[in-house]
Write a protein that binds this ligand. Structure first.
Ligand code: NAD
Length: 371
């Protein structure tokens, strides 16, 4: 079995889909691992570290790999070079750019979009959304603190008291929970909201205040949120409008799978905040929780800075890559047989749930009918 790890080609992507540890584990299972020269640079993993773990360093193209591991969609050139039936797994962005997905399918590879991993206990160790969102939640708070012209913790000094910053986290999934914990560690007064009622206990257990409108629980059986009814949206908006007025920092992380991000912070709400306040919109790549946020821009609107940095986890590539790599290794383990050969068992819930393409076609149920 030949496993290939390319250098990521999307602009600004610093992560890599393998770590020296995962390379070691593949080699131990009898695989030949090829890492493209320089693939680990953005994560501070030199070629030598991959080589020491047993990888071969590819200076040019890969020679007919059985498996390609990638953080994002691979380049068109790499796709073209793969043989039909080869396995491709990574963050293939299944909700975006249909043409790109069709190109993946028509290359004939068996492709797995790791974002579609089912939210079941067994799948936690393979869940790239969790491992990356956790880092993104942390980084969002650090970025907010960086742009804020005041301090987060309360400080009593001879010259006067510095008040603690008020930080509001919207969306208490994996990123939101880490954002709450990080803001608390920095000494802020933290509040948070979500549309899934179960998050109340989690918010309180982290020492933050839970803000919740009188709305129906919007949790699905899969553990995600669904879109609110128009009436509940209005109730939530009224509560949020009142609450954000007094906040110094708002971090928005709200997502609904397969849908644009819900709008939570309207321009009116931004204008109600004090000058110098900061909004970090983690949902910016999916349309944003604030209509004023722009991908990879810092927009200043009436004295409020709206930070739209994309791929926050990728900015912590030194941590993000090993975690991502381990998620992929755990998933590939499901397919590696004792004799070192590969078997794709479509009866497995995790394999079936993430397989988007096979035999030249897009096969996931989410693609059926829709165009
Ligand atoms: P996500 O990234 O899809 O969304 C982030 C948060 O935004 C969610 O908490 C969601 O409820 C919230 N949200 C959506 N619309 C909102 C709105 N209008 N207002 C406020 N908040 C809104 O979520 P996630 O981080 O992927 O986590 C979702 C759930 O899945 C969590 O309960 C998490 O613990 C669980 N989970 C389970 C597994 C597993 O069992 N394998 C793995 C990861 C996460």
């Amino acid at each position: 079995m030949k496993i290939a790890i390319p250098t990521e080609t999307q602009v600004g992507e610093r992560r890599v889909a393998a770590s020296p540890d995962t390379v070691k584990s593949y080699v131990k299972k009898g695989a030949e691992v090829w890492v493209q020269a320089g693939a680990g640079k953005g994560s501070s993993i030199p070629d030598e570290a991959f080589a020491a773990a047993g990888a071969k360093i590819a200076q040019n193209d890969f020679d007919d790999p059985d498996v390609v591991l990638s953080v994002r969609r691979p380049s068109a050139e790499l796709l073209k070079s793969l043989r039909p039936g080869a396995i491709l797994m990574g963050g293939l962005e299944p909700y975006g750019d249909r043409q790109g997905l069709e190109a993946i399918a028509s290359s004939g590879v068996v492709a797995f979009a790791m974002e579609l991993m089912p939210r079941i206990t067994r799948a936690q160790a393979m869940d790239i959304l969790s491992s990356q969102a956790n880092l993104a939640g942390y980084k969002a708070v650090i970025d907010a603190a960086h742009h804020f012209t005041r301090a987060f913790p309360m400080m009593m000094t001879a010259a006067g008291t510095v008040p603690a910053a008020k930080v509001f986290i919207m969306g208490v999934g994996v990123a939101g929970l880490q954002a709450i914990a990080t803001a608390r560690r920095l000494g802020a007064i933290v509040s948070a909201t979500d549309v899934r009622r179960a998050t109340e206990e989690q918010v309180k257990s982290l020492g933050a205040k839970f803000v919740y409108a009188d709305i129906a629980d919007a949790a699905t059986s899969g553990g995600y949120a669904k879109e609110l009814s128009a009436e509940d949206k209005a109730k939530q908006a009224a509560l949020v409008a009142e609450h954000v007025k007094g906040q110094d920092v708002v971090i928005t992380t709200a997502l609904i799978p397969g849908r644009p991000a819900p709008v939570l912070i309207t321009p009116d709400m931004v204008e109600s905040m004090k000058p110098g306040s900061i909004i970090v919109d983690l949902a910016v790549e999916r349309g944003g929780n604030c209509p004023l946020s722009r991908p990879d821009e810092i927009v200043e609107h009436k004295g409020v800075k709206i930070v739209g940095t994309v791929n926050l986890a990728g900015r912590l590539a030194g941590n993000a890559s090993p975690l991502f790599a381990k998620n992929l290794a755990n998933f590939l383990d499901l397919m590696i047989q004792k004799d070192g050969t590969l078997k794709v068992d479509e009866a497995d819930e995790c394999i079936k749930g993430t397989m988007i393409a096979r035999d030249g076609a897009l096969v996931h149920p989410m693609f059926q009918g829709a165009r």
